[in-house]
Structure formats: C-alpha cells, structure tokens
Design a binder for this molecule. Sequence first.
Ligand SMILES: [Zn+2]
Length: 453
Amino acid sequence: MTNEAANNRSPSRSTLSKAERSRILLAVDEAFEKQVAFLSELVRCASLRGQEAEVQEIMEAALHERGYLVDRQAIDTALIGQHPAFSPATVSYENSWNVIGTHIPVVAQGRSLILNAHVDVVPTGDPDRWQDPPFKPTRRGDWLYGRGSGDMKAGMSAAIFALDAIKAAGLELTASVQIHSVVEEEITGNGAAMALASGQTADAVLIPEPTDEKLIRANSGVIKFAVTVHGTPAHPREVSSGVSALEAAVRLIDHLRNLEARWNEEQNTRPYFNDVENPAALTIGTITGGEWIASVPSSCRFEGRIGFYPGDKPQDRMKEFEAFVATIAADDPLVQRCPEPLVQWVGVVQPGYTLAPGSEAESVLAQAYLDANASDGPSLEACVMAAYLDAALYTVHAGIPSLVYGPIAEKIHAIDERVSLSSLRRVTKTIALFAVEWCGVRRASDKNPAAVI
Ligand SMILES: [Zn+2]
C-alpha cells in the first residue's frame, strides 16, 4: 500500500454545536460494549459462501429493532445478469440474500448515503491451527479474534452503531441512509451488484472494510479464473506413455508467474500504483487433481485471481490471459502434450476504481476523522488496495463516490484473524460524524420537522 495525505479541504460545516458533537462521541463510547457483543454475535455465524442465512437473519432483526424499513433482497441472477455490475455466478443463491435497511427522514434535505458491508467470510483453513476456534469470538486485550472479525463484520457493527449514536445524541439524519448488508463480496460481488441493479443509489457510499483507518484512493480490477488441464492417464509400469495433468498444471502455473510479472511492470505508468508491491498479485487459491495414488493423473484443475489497473476493461484482460494460456499450450514441451487447457471465468470480473481527489465526500470524511480523533493529530491518509472491493461497482457502474475506510485488522483471510477494538471505536465515531455532516441533522425533539440544524 502507498500512502498519501487525503484531501483535507475544509468542508462546509454544519452548525452542529461542539456539545452535540461530543454527545455523539460519548454515545459511541457508552454503547461500545454492546457493539462488541453485537460484533461477537456476527462472528459466531459461520457465514461462508451459501451459508449467510443465519447472519442475515441477525442483521434483519437488528435493523427492524431500530425502526428501519427492512427489505430482504433475493439475488436475482436473471435481473443482475443484464447489469454490467454482474459477474459470472456458478452457484445457486437460494440461501443467500441481501438485507437492506433504510432510514427514511422526516424531512429530506441533505445528501443521501449508503453504508455497505459484506457478511460473507472466507474459509478458515485448518481450525486446529487457530489459537481459538475460528467462529468462537475471543477477546484478548485490544483484539477480537475470529473469522470475519476484521473482514468485515467489525465494519458492519461500526455502520449500525454510528447511526445509533446519532440517535442517542437526540439527533435525526435529514437524508435517506441505507445499510446494505450484502453477500458474495469475497467471490463475485453479486450481492452489491444486486443492490445496485435494483436501483438503490445515493450521493455517496461508505464501506468500512479493514483499511487500517486509511482511505482507499484506488483499488485494482480483478478477474477470477479456473483452468482445467487434461493429461493422459497411465499405469506406473508405462509412465512414459502418459502425461501427468498435475505436472502440466504446475508448469502452467509457473508460466503464469511471467504474466503476473508483465502486468506488474505496467505499474510505473499507472497513477497511484507506482509503489504498490505486486499489484497484479496472481494467487492460485485451489488446486485439485489426480484420481489414484498409483496412476498418472488424467486431470487437474486450479483456480485463482489476478489483478490489473483502474481504467482497464476486465474483458481485455481476460482475452490477454486466455491468449497467454494458449501460447503456453502451444510452446511448452510438457503442456503441448495435453489438450488445450480450458479457461473458465468463475468469480468476480470487474474493473478497478479511483476515488478522484478533491471530492466533497472525501473532504467531509477527512474532517470527521480529525473531529473523532485528536483534531491536532495527523490527517486521514489515503492508500491503494490491490484487491477487489464492492466500492468498484458503485463507482464504476453508478458514478457514486465510494469511501472505503475502516478499522485496523490483521490476518484477514489467514489464521487468527483479529480486529483492533480501539480502532473500531475510532472508526465508529468517524462514521457517525461523517453521516451527520454529509446527511445533515435536525434535533429529534424539535416539533417543526423543517427545523434542520
Ligand atoms: Zn472484505
């Protein structure tokens, strides 16, 4: 990640008094143990792909309890299949749905906002390698451990409790605010795509992914592939008559490292990506192959992802990838003995995005960050993330400025994932102050609904 100072141009400030601002911050502090308990409840749900029902039921209840208009939104592939935000779907979404909670203001005068967070998590790896069971939220000092604690159930709790704090301070937001609790971020982005395709828009989106309290200036586009290699099976007594699909696949992966290197070299010509370590980041996530311990394997399949730069069309990168595989299939002495490997697109196919410096949304967030932390402390930093983010969909396909900013977390997608609770508290405060300044507020006790602060 590379850092830069985020835009600190002073936004037009509301006339919210210092005392009211302090009341909001205090309300975050007062409810913080409740927030950690809620976060723990979310972490306890093993919301792996296709198993998000339990956590979404908790989300639905939490939003209902707070008086939001709540919609359980099925992922309708027939609808999103027509939308450019859609990525190839390879599984049924029967047990996966979004939950959308909407605050409808008594008087709508401000700028609307979407707070988006995904509830799906990635597999844990061997649970015995964790200090504690991965779905047993465990608190140690400043850290809460558990799969999904950082990526990104903490962010979800920040969104909900930030809005709670505004209410607890006797204030009411004067613009529509939607909480998008979405599925599928870790694989296709089709949860956020569904929310977008159904017409849910706003003047800004804030996504509290774990960003170490920095703002994401740009992220990479990503394509996710599966490659199947067929060999020729054989008995050990006549190995030379066979071709190992597994060895050919490993050879192909070695060659793909050259494609990764080639795409990485482009970073010098791309804004913001100059100092990013491995922006293309070819990751081979799974490999399966072979049928029998004493046979030359007849097939092998591996899956992975590779990144590229904002502004590039994913379709062009897919063609480049397919052409590269075809060249290896023709030229490599081992791979050429197999039928041409089959490339399939099985996950996210989306471009990257850039948050253009100088937006009002960024400016308001930078000021909220200062107000929630020490106002004489360091400014909000911006950095680049070489990974897919749902923010790309809102920005690229709907032109909505997307702010990705969230807590400090470690070991996400790894073993002993954890989130810093002091960081979560600061982020919750920043989001609360951001929402107030972005959406505008009125005093809930004011009898005149038009009496906006
Ligand atoms: Zn995430």
